[in-house]
Design a protein around this ligand. Sequence first.
Ligand SMILES: [Mg+2]
Ligand SMILES: [Zn+2]
Length: 204
Amino acid sequence: MEENFFVTLPMMESWFGKIMKKAAVFLDRDGVINEDHAFVHKIEDFVYIDGVKEALKIIKSKGYLSILVTNQAGIAYGYYTEEDYRILTDWMQNDLKTDSIEFDGIYFCPHHPEKGYPPYLMKCGCRKPETGMLIKAVEDFDIDLSSSFMVGDRMSDVETGVRAGCRGSFLVSTGKPLPPFTGNQPDFVRKNLLEVAMELPVTS
Ligand SMILES: [Mg+2]
Ligand SMILES: [Zn+2]
């Protein structure tokens, strides 16, 4: 009988660790949050996709961290600078803050493996479908990947979610033709982020 009450410290720690970890929704930016006009880097070109603010509200209310993970190879290509990217990002985050729906974390990859200029011309571990940005967020926020989701509009986003070990990956069409399904398949295909947010399970 007595051994039933015997719980080792490592067991307790792993149990508490599990329940205290947070779930996240990892969000691609262009084509998920804003309309993808290719290499968006100016405030005047940044247009929210319909329902995005409502979606971010729902994601938060269901208990998820919202983490932006965006490839910004335009920086490597020399189309715009890191400073341009930061100005736009600060504007977006401040705008979302007025509705208390700012991202909990924002990660970007300025690199490209084949095209562009130093120091950004490199094979890095953060450009999706590599998982570097998600792994960094996991460390920064103590995220449980097995209860987290990835949302993107490209198969490289889906691939990132699968590789990282997310619970599920959503591909959103956001009005554009869907890309060919190569490699790992999305778990769900939905019209936009709002549809995704409404379907997400409430975190325990
Ligand atoms: Mg995208
Ligand atoms: Zn990178």
